[in-house]
Write a protein of this length. Sequence first.
Length: 99
Amino acid sequence: MYRLDFHEKVYDDLFCIPQEIVKEVVEYFEKIKSNPYACSLPLYGNLSACRKIYIAKAQYRIIIKIENNIAKIVQIVIVGKRQDKIVYKEADQRINNQR
């Protein structure tokens, strides 16, 4: 079982998306805890350390970063709309500002 760690801005993300999508996100959080690799796909470039999950008929994304596979920690980096790849740009900023 993996432990979830949330980027501080994820809570704001959840307030900005429709309630029915938040329900789907919470369901995915449970799947991520069981096996983040089974429900996500790898990302590339600046986000190569991250993985993505399609939600809401692929209109939204959950971006995760598996911090430490030994301790089994998954960081939820962002939950947001894919439109114009904004979610990826913001995920890159959040990850780079943590360093």
